[in-house]
Ligand binder design. Structure first.
Ligand code: G16
Length: 540
């Protein structure tokens, strides 16, 4: 690989100097005009990663998800569709921060030597982007670095984040016993729709579903899926709203999963009618939040915790009906943001183990892999259900002893195809929720009544230096700034059934404070008091 070619290409896509870039929870994410050089350099890392892994395809996704339209981001997808291996996050950070073009190429070659990567071997990278206009400049920078490193490159253009994860896995498993699906966007829709209809097993969905697409990429992609869907057969009647991707400035504006979750209310436009079933996707369609307006009590949200409990209870029941009791380990993975009432419900009512990890699906995904069936969801609606190879094999090969057992095994097998096995996927999760509600014959109210959430509040706190905030105990406690946690604990003690924690956001330049308590006013008051403490320690 010719050093001069890479240096010449790099000069066309310089980083903005004087800043420190970090591969965080969701890759590099910041104002889009800072990202051109970063994306070029991410291309170099992807080129190395592919060669390190014997030429398997590596994915690069350009998105800033729930963040404003002026932001963008770039992250790397590993061959099985999972997040970039953690050790490589450090290499990505080092590569992007190289001060000069010459230092960049030196580090690139040093890394190749240290990791014993044969630069003459073939490499392959695929890419996708959300609907942000800045995406095309970033894709051009990526293409340039892949050309400079003679890496085969396929641009899949506009995709949801989970679709790019799907395609990456499909390419790398094609022709093997673990083949994940057809390598195309239409293959994705076909796989989901076939599995959806199999999972329903003749049951019909009742009542319409309105889907708020955050004016992001989920809108056109959901419309694509619906074009291929037979609503007469399944009963699913979807109305798509907030799917305008032609006015970039309205992306995630007063709509979408993040708006609904953090504001704890429905989007103002269009307004849900009482009794209707609604859900919201986020800007890149990997998060999902359900809600409805109870005609008596008003807005009611069914977030990632509710989706996790719904999925875990349904799957555990199916496993029992299939005669797999005790044969498969089922567990639920949450983060510190999970409502305390959901954790109690899973442990005490569903009798399933719960694991708590730091924020970021990569952590949850990893923990879910230690179960045969790992249900993982962040409260923000980001998550999926992972089935181990053993579990999938069992569903396919176990000899059913009764028609009920056959039913349960077939549904489990269909769910393993319906639920995206690579990463949280709002469209696939939505179909899963619809299947479960249809099987249980549940309304939104039935689902809402399974347990009562503790009132909670999430507050965003701007601080001088968010990096001062370091956590321990799966982010439930602050180790730094020293003394800050003691002050938080002192406040928490003043309230009933209360809990609060603070952490630095991995996607925004701010800290987040979460508080829950026995009443709404106590949760609000506690969150505000902890926010004051965080601000005081925040380095202004
Ligand atoms: C990303 C990660 C999520 C995580 C979120 C946290 O979400 O993919 O797993 O929950 O960041 O954000 P923060 O660190 O700012 O609280 P997304 O949907 O923005 O890609």
């Amino acid at each position: 690989m010719d050093k001069e070619t890479i240096i010449a290409a790099s000069k066309k896509h310089d980083i903005v100097p004087g800043r420190v870039y970090k591969y965080g929870t969701a890759g590099f994410r910041m104002k889009a005009d800072l990202l051109e050089g970063v994306t070029f350099r991410v291309g170099l890392l992807a080129a190395l990663r592919s060669r390190k892994l014997n030429g398997q395809a590596i994915g690069v996704m350009i998105t800033a998800s729930h963040n404003p339209a002026v932001d963008n981001g770039v992250k790397i997808v590993d061959p099985q569709g999972d997040m970039l291996e953690q050790e490589w996050e450090t290499y990505a950070t080092n590569l992007v921060n190289a001060p000069t073009h010459e230092d960049l190429v030196d580090y690139f070659h040093k890394l190749a030597d240290a990791l014993k990567i044969d630069l003459a071997s073939p490499g392959k990278v695929i890419a996708g982007r959300d609907t942000r206009p800045s995406g095309s400049t970033l894709i051009a920078a990526l293409a340039h670095s892949l050309a400079a490193t003679s890496t085969t490159y396929v641009d899949y253009k506009i995709l949801t984040t989970p679709q790019l994860h799907y395609l990456t896995r499909c390419i790398n498993t094609a022709g093997t016993p673990g083949a994940y699906g057809e390598v195309s966007e239409s293959g994705y829709y076909d796989k989901l729709l076939q599995a959806f209809s199999r999972a329903l097993r003749g049951r019909k969905i009742s009542g319409g579903l309105t889907v708020d697409c955050a004016n992001g990429v989920g809108g056109p992609k959901l419309n694509e899926l619906l074009k291929r869907h037979d609503s007469v057969k399944t009963g699913l009647k979807v109305k798509v709203v907030n799917d305008d991707v032609l006015r970039p400035e309205i992306l995630n504006l007063d709509c979408g999963a993040d708006f609904v979750k953090t504001r704890q209310r429905a989007p103002p436009n269009p307004k849900p009618a009482p009794g209707d079933r609604w859900c919201s996707l986020d800007g890149d369609a990997d998060r999902l939040i359900y809600y409805w307006i109870d005609p008596e009590t008003g807005f009611f949200m069914l977030d990632g915790d509710r989706i996790a409990t719904l999925a875990a209870s349904f799957i555990a029941d199916l496993a029992r009906s299939a005669g797999l009791n005790g044969q498969l380990r089922i567990g639920v993975i949450q983060t510190a943001y999970a409502n305390g009432a959901s954790t109690k419900y899973i442990e005490q009512h569903l009798q399933l183990p719960v694991v708590c990890t730091p924020t970021g699906v990569k952590h949850l995904h990893h923990a879910a892999c230690s179960f045969d069936i790992g249900v993982y969801f962040e409260a923000n609606g980001h998550g999926t259900v992972l089935f181990s190879a053993t579990a999938i094999q069992t569903f396919r090969t176990k000899e059913p002893q009764s028609p009920a057992q056959k039913d349960a095994l077939d549904i489990l097998s269909a769910l393993a195809d319906l639920i995206n096995q690579t990463v949280g996927d709002a469209i696939s999760d939505m179909l899963m929720v619809e299947v479960i509600l249809a099987h249980k014959g549940w309304t939104m109210k039935d689902w809402a009544l399974t347990y009562q959430d503790l009132p909670n509040r999430l507050v965003r706190v701007e601080v001088g230096n968010k990096d001062l905030f370091q956590t321990t105990d799966a982010e439930r406690k602050l180790s730094h700034p020293v003394g800050c946690q003691d002050e938080i604990d002192k406040e928490v003690k003043k309230y009933t059934n209360a809990r609060s924690f603070a952490r630095a956001s991995g996607t925004e330049n701010a800290c987040r404070v979460y508080a829950e308590a026995a009443t709404r006013s106590e949760a609000d008051e506690l969150a505000n008091k902890v926010a004051v403490i965080v601000r005081q320690h925040g380095g202004y």
